[in-house]
Design a protein around this ligand. Structure first.
Ligand SMILES: Nc1ncnc2c1ncn2[C@@H]1O[C@H](COP(=O)(O)OP(=O)(O)O)[C@@H](O)[C@H]1O
Ligand SMILES: N[C@@H](CCC(=O)OP(=O)(O)O)C(=O)O
Length: 278
């Protein structure tokens, strides 16, 4: 089996999970998924890794809580649902992580945080302090205050790129991007059954971006393009990312053993052939 040589030595791990992986296709909170994620991340954190979670889901959880099926069109309507959903989601995380004796802390970010040196330093300090205390930071965009005004743009827009920025602020060894798809293909596999999975990508150029088609899931704002943009940003900063399927979060154990799962975005994909004990 192919081994990704560097991966098992990674200590600081950022994980991003999208809304579609936390909700059922019917738009209900997927409690089993919250539980399994809490189990896996707690186990990793308690085995000596430092774990940061970037979680979408405020909107999805809020809509479920209010029994709403259609996303409101107005910004205040969306922001209100996010306000309800974010606190509910953190309540869920707090409860599930506590089953595994793991504390979590919430960090809500806006884009301007990274543009002002003092606020950048403050958020960096918060991450470092939480990690030093063995606490898992759970990050989302601060949807309720984020705006897109030209002279005061505070919106990241999507959590894929937010997660890359968080991985950069914390200088994480790797970003594990969990999605509803098991990696990056040469064409959209939802429409093309013959699509071929890339195991490794060393550079994200217009050629790769052109392979990402269509919108993401109905709750989120991502899609494959924003995942590639996140990878592009990380590669530019000499950091790495693996895109893999979120369906069973225990996949993270095997990924961190170096198993060839998903798509590995790295400028230095050092592979060696070696057997791995299962
Ligand atoms: N080249 C591609 N490779 C893989 N998936 C692609 C590609 N182009 C488009 N997609 C679509 O992107 C989707 C992943 O984006 P999204 O649904 O937003 O993920 P998530 O909700 O997990 O953040 C896939 O399910 C697939 O339909
Ligand atoms: N901040 C939003 C998430 C936006 C987003 O990027 O969602 P997703 O595409 O599911 O990762 C929320 O919590 O609903």
């Amino acid at each position: 089996m192919l081994l990704r040589k560097k991966i098992p030595t990674n200590k600081r791990i950022a994980v991003k999970i999208g809304t579609s992986s936390l909700m059922t296709p019917q738009g209900k909170v997927n409690y089993q998924q919250f539980d399994r994620l809490a189990y896996v991340l707690s186990t990793l954190n308690q085995s000596g890794k430092e774990v940061i979670l970037v979680s979408s889901g405020a909107m999805g959880v809020g809509m479920d809580k209010l029994h709403i099926h259609d996303r409101p069109k107005s910004i205040p309507g969306q922001q209100a649902i996010s306000a309800i959903g974010q606190s509910e989601m953190m309540n869920l995380y707090s409860r599930f992580f506590s089953h595994y004796n793991q504390m979590v802390g919430q960090i809500l970010m806006t884009r301007d945080v990274v543009e002002f040196p003092e606020s950048y330093q403050n958020v960096k300090n918060t991450f470092e302090t939480l990690l030093k205390m063995g606490i898992i930071p759970i990050v989302n965009e601060n949807d309720t205050v984020a705006v897109e005004e030209l002279d005061h743009a505070t919106k990241f827009g999507d959590n894929d790129q937010l997660s890359a920025i968080v991985a950069n602020i914390t200088q994480a060894d790797i970003l594990l991007m969990l999605s509803d798809i098991d990696g990056f293909y040469d064409q959209n596999p939802s429409h093309n059954p013959d699509a071929h999975l890339f195991h490794t990508i060393e550079d994200v150029t217009d050629k790769e971006l052109a392979r990402a088609g269509g919108e993401g899931s109905s709750f989120g704002t991502g899609g494959m393009r924003t995942k590639l943009k996140a990878a592009q940003y990380l590669l530019k900063n000499n950091q790495e990312m693996i895109l893999a399927k979120a369906e069973d979060p225990t996949i993270l154990f095997d990924i961190l053993k170096g198993h060839e799962i998903g798509t590995y975005f790295s400028r230095h994909p050092e592979f060696i052939k070696e057997d791995i004990d299962e």
